[in-house]
Design a protein around this ligand. Structure first.
Ligand code: FES
Length: 105
């Protein structure tokens, strides 16, 4: 974790916040420490975070509280992680999940 001026200017553009560096789809992102993966990604891109299992439609986080499952991502090789419930940490590698992974089959 480092302390630096973040590109995120959510409340106070002059504030100095603790940040962590994560990777989303191969792109390095410096994000505020303590936010969820969903918040970090929403601050980074306007594009989708996953695709629905049923129709393959692009999805973005909706409820941000673990209910809708519209935010499934792959985190450090683990599938089906709810981005809205996972806090970011230094070195985290996040990828879009474009299908529901059923590890029981
Ligand atoms: S945004 Fe609804 S479960 Fe994550």
């Amino acid at each position: 974790m480092s302390k630096t001026n973040s590109k995120f200017e959510w409340n106070n553009p002059l504030a100095t916040v603790d940040t962590v560096t994560i990777t989303f789809e191969g792109e390095t992102c410096v994000v505020p420490a303590g936010v969820t993966v969903a918040a970090a990604i929403l601050g980074h891109t306007n594009d989708h975070i996953c695709k629905s299992a049923a129709a393959g439609e692009k999805r973005t986080p909706y409820c941000l509280m673990g209910v809708c499952f519209e935010c499934l991502v792959e985190i450090d090789g683990l599938y089906n992680r709810q981005a809205c419930l996972e806090p970011v940490y230094e070195g985290m590698n996040v990828k879009r999940q474009n299908e529901v992974i059923d590890k029981t089959k």
